[in-house]
Design a protein around this ligand. Structure first.
Ligand code: ADP
Ligand code: MG
Length: 696
């Protein structure tokens, strides 16, 4: 696209603020802006006017349908399209769209996961317009971002708690800022998600039932070449991939998704896209839209976009770094800023972040737990399963100095001495970032690196926002209890004590090392290695109290989410295990048997001619042993699947998946991969890692 075209088309498929200003009567526009800015409920007259303008705008752009676009507990986006048409008595149709249809919808979504919540209440679920995320057009459908709740107001989706957590954080952060004499209109979070993904050829994908059914390869022997040459990262982009990336950028820009950076990643066929950060829930919506567009646009180029956390063994998997900060009327609160008077405020928020992560490390880990992500965390390609905070070379000495200066009371001058005003400049030049850290301060934001590539980022951000809200409130309480003392002195003491009390979570070393695991255990940090280990944090009494206190999730909602997540894990493992036994019985066993038969007939022919066939005989023996092993391991896996399925309790079922099914899957894979190495390429029923990962 030319520069003019980019600026002209950017946001052309989004009903933006500018469109609203142009199309709505002034008082309506002002009222709507107020509703959006202040997060107030909308009145029906206003909604009718907005709906009309929105519909006219959408019809001009070829839309014929509308949908409420929402995010049920499985994390992916859902939509049900309704056309605008309203038949008239005279046989014609009108294109109509009312304020009620804009504001509220009632999808028949009874088959969506709800963790049992809806069974106990009213069965219906409602979608409710989220005016903070603008409506957009996708495939001739006007999409209205919505929250999804039950008749009695329980959250049935990922967005609702995220929005609630934003409200909680805004309220507490404003209280904290007021102590510094600041009264911003809005405090929001900013999020920049870096999305990793793989692109492979469509024909390879179509030949692999494991990729089709589970999104990852369940079999495959080691490729001759992996990522050891480190040539792919930032390497030249293949022409086909480049075409894909260009079309993706164009389509995202039309949707006002600010796609910014694209490059090759570490593994062969792996790539990344990073947008410019946006406000919290909008950034999450835009990330979901980005993922959807990636999958669709890949098909225009004969490619398939794999978003699973671990599509291939032997090479890196994919994550999604959640860059997070907090902003007051557009001013980044994690930017120390050029003025010394900002330092104390920066340090207070920094201390709140450190405390939040330490107190709820288990929840942070839970928020990224999934069957897919279990392959990455702790596998020396992604952060470990232990949550810790990295502050970096520039900030760590400052923090250490603060912790150790127990008796001195701080003054502005002292802060200047600590060199904090210079921090931003130092960070910008500081490329030495610790990639092994799960939660790293990177100059003016935190980067939560444990998130999985196919994950909806609502959960980790909901946890983070709520945990930080709690610490901001703690700060306010701390100051209120010392109202007769000098504020600066008290605030400084809060920073010092908070950092000292939560020092155990700060770790700047190599997160991949075995020493860190031992050290983390000594420090009492949780090391929740798998999803079944991590999920119970969601229903831990301390965590329930946290979410309830800030009105983010009730105990009933949390239990429902726990059940939904626990069920999701067992279902995914079950599908993978079923796919393995299917492939073993219907593809691999026949292939190995056929090949061994072929070699055996060579042995017979040769011996008829009186020629020795030592190697062929050995090969037939190995293949026969292999077939027997694959046969019996398939049978074992089938038995464990059946036994696990019979377990009713979700937690017990998950434990059985982890302890019985996954080891049986691993054993079967190892046996089949061993056969792949022995068999001829043309008898092997699926494309190999060499085929899939290296193409031109
Ligand atoms: P990396 O070197 O890790 O790839 P970049 O500096 O390219 O990181 O930034 C990664 C992401 O961080 C981008 O999406 C960027 O927009 C986002 N980001 C930058 N500043 C902020 C901020 N204040 N809040 C949230 N995200 C931010
Ligand atoms: Mg990054």
């Amino acid at each position: 696209m030319t520069q003019d075209k980019v600026t002209e088309e950017f946001g052309s498929l989004v009903f933006s603020d500018a469109d609203m200003r142009k199309r709505l009567p002034k008082p309506t526009y002002i009222e709507l802006s107020r509703v959006i800015k202040e997060g107030k409920p909308i009145d029906l007259d206003i909604a009718n006017e907005v709906a009309h303008a929105m519909k006219e705008w959408a019809l001009e752009r070829g839309a014929t349908h509308f949908t409420h676009w929402f995010q049920p507990l499985n994390g992916i986006t859902s939509e049900k399209h309704d056309s605008f048409i309203t038949p008239q008595d005279d046989g014609t149709v009108l294109m109509a769209f009312s304020g009620k249809e804009l504001v509220q919808g009632e999808p028949d979504a009874s088959s969506l996961p709800n963790g049992g919540l809806r069974a106990t209440f009213e069965a219906r679920g409602y979608t409710v317009w989220d005016p903070m995320s603008p409506a957009f057009i996708k495939d001739e459908v006007l999409c209205i971002p919505t929250a999804f709740i039950s008749y009695t107001g329980e959250a049935l989706d990922k967005k609702t708690p995220l929005l609630r957590s934003q409200v909680a954080l805004e309220k507490q952060a404003k209280r904290a800022l007021a102590l510094f004499g600041r009264e911003p209109k809005r405090v929001t979070t900013t999020i920049g998600p870096e999305q990793e993904y793989f692109l492979i050829r469509e024909e390879d994908y179509a030949a692999r039932p494991d990729l089709i059914l589970t999104g990852r390869t369940l079999f495959g022997s080691e490729p001759s070449k992996g990522q050891e040459l480190e040539e792919h990262y930032f390497g030249a982009i293949r022409p086909t991939v480049s075409e894909f990336m260009k079309e993706l950028d164009d389509e995202l820009w039309k949707l006002a998704v600010p796609a910014k950076t694209k490059h090759n990643e570490v593994a062969p066929c792996q790539h990344e896209l990073a947008p410019v950060f946006e406000n919290g829930s909008l950034a999450v919506d835009d990330n979901l839209l980005t993922m959807e567009k990636m999958r669709l646009i890949a098909s225009h180029h004969g490619l398939v976009c794999l978003q699973h956390e671990k599509p291939f063994e032997y090479v890196n998997g994919s994550g999604k770094h959640d860059n997070w900060s907090i902003s007051a009327d557009g001013r980044n609160l994690l930017e120390p800023g050029p003025h010394p008077e900002d330092n104390l405020q920066f340090l207070v928020f920094l201390a709140c972040l450190v405390a939040a992560v330490d107190e709820h490390a288990d929840l942070m880990r839970m928020s990224v737990a999934s069957a897919g992500n279990d392959h990455r965390l702790g596998a020396n390609e992604a952060p470990p399963a232990i949550v810790s905070v990295f502050l970096g070379d520039a900030l760590t000495p400052v923090v250490e100095a603060l912790i150790h200066k127990e008796h001195a009371e701080a003054s502005e001058a002292e802060l200047v001495d600590l060199g904090i005003p210079q921090l931003p400049a130092i960070f910008r030049d500081n490329t030495d970032r610790n990639r092994t850290s799960p939660f790293a301060f990177t100059g003016n934001k935190f980067e939560f690196r444990m998130c999985g590539s196919q994950q909806n980022l609502s959960d980790p951000n909901t946890v983070l926002n709520t945990a930080v809200a709690e610490q901001c409130e703690r700060f306010c309480d701390y100051v209120a209890a010392r109202a007769d003392e000098d504020f600066q002195t008290v605030a400084m003491r809060f920073v010092r004590h908070t950092l000292r009390d939560h020092r155990r979570i700060i770790f700047d070393g190599n997160g991949y090392s075995a020493e860190w695991e031992a050290e983390a255990e000594r420090r009492g940090l949780p090391n929740l290695k798998t999803t079944p280990d991590a999920l119970p944090a969601l229903i831990d009494p301390t965590n329930i109290a946290l979410f309830e206190k800030y009105g983010v999730l009730s105990e009933a909602e949390l239990h429902a989410r726990y059940v939904a997540k626990a069920e999701q894990y067992a279902k995914l493992i079950n599908i993978e295990a079923n796919t393995m036994t299917y492939m073993a019985r219907h593809m691999y066993l026949p292939a190995i048997t056929a090949y061994s038969g072929k070699v055996a007939s060579i042995v017979a022919t040769k011996s008829g001619l009186g020629i020795t066939s030592t190697v062929e005989t050995k090969l037939v023996r190995s293949l026969t042993e292999g077939v027997e092993r694959v046969w019996s391991l398939t049978h074992d896996l089938e038995k464990t699947i059946a036994a696990t399925r019979a377990i009713d309790d979700p937690a017990e079922r998950d434990d059985a998946c982890r302890d019985l099914v996954i080891p049986a899957m691993d054993a079967l894979r190892a046996a089949i991969d061993k056969m792949e190495v022995l068999c001829s390429k043309d008898c092997w029923p699926v494309p190999s890692y060499n085929d899939m990962l290296f193409y031109v």
